[in-house]
Each structure stands twice: as C-alpha cells, then as structure tokens.
Design a binder for this molecule. Structure first.
Ligand code: AMP
Ligand code: ZN
Length: 117
C-alpha cells in the first residue's frame, strides 16, 4: 500500500533502524542523516518516514509531511551553521536518483555553483 514500508527499500530500513546511519535529527514524520558519500561538507538527507518513490508523489499524498521535510532541511542547515544551502530532489534515474524513497539532499559548506550540473 502507498506509504507503507517496502521490504527492499534501503531508506525504509534506515527508518526502521535495520541499517545504521548517522542520524542527526528526527521528528515524528522525518529522519535526517548524513549522506554516506558526501558531496559537500554538509550533505544530509532528509526523508519522510513513510515510503513514496519521489518528492512529487509524496507531495500529492502527504502535503503536510512534504512541508515537514522542507522545514527539516532548514533546521539541518541551521544546525550545521550554514547561512546558504541547496536542497535537491533528484527525480528519476536520468537525474541521478538511485534510491526510490523520497529524499531531500541538503548541501552546504562550500561554494555552490549556479546553474547546478
Ligand atoms: P539519489 O542518488 O538522489 O537517489 O540519492 C541517494 C543518496 O543516498 C546518495 O547520495 C548516496 O550516497 C546515499 N546513500 C546510499 N546509501 C546510504 C546509506 N547507507 N547511508 C547514507 N546515505 C546513503
Ligand atoms: Zn522506503
């Protein structure tokens, strides 16, 4: 069922505590942990506890939780004392999405080029 944990999903396993992660913040609806392959001094993933394949499907089903993810992205940046930061939602394999559980990348702590690659 939509939103239910998926047995083959890495991020559902992190939410369940079955796979270790460096968790830096948790709320009732979200978990934030450091990316295992950081692309910036701050590279944190903020995920909803519920499983949706990407940010848009999450937003359709759970607009409130989508807002929680964005609020937590800001809290992560504040916690890492980043005045400027970038939030990225890779959507689809052509855009580099490799884990099909919605997640926000929060990137900060270095120069962030615009336009991004
Ligand atoms: P994406 O490529 O946008 O789907 O993002 C998935 C991200 O998850 C990548 O940046 C990976 O480095 C990261 N990642 C994969 N496995 C883990 C893990 N066990 N703990 C933390 N981050 C992970
Ligand atoms: Zn999942």
């Amino acid at each position: 069922m939509a939103g239910e944990p998926q047995a083959d999903c890495l991020f559902c396993k992190i939410v369940a505590g079955e796979v270790p992660a460096t968790i830096i913040r948790e709320t009732e609806t979200t978990v934030a942990f450091r990316d295992i392959n950081p692309q910036a001094p701050t590279h944190v993933l903020v995920i909803p506890r519920v499983h949706y394949a990407n940010a848009a499907t999450l937003a359709i089903a759970e607009p409130g939780i989508t807002a929680d993810v964005l609020r937590e992205a800001g809290e992560v940046a504040a916690q890492d004392k980043a005045e400027s930061y970038r939030v990225v939602f890779n959507t689809g394999s052509g855009a580099g999405q490799t884990v099909f559980h919605a997640h926000a990348h929060v990137l900060a702590g270095r120069g962030l080029e615009w336009p991004p690659g």
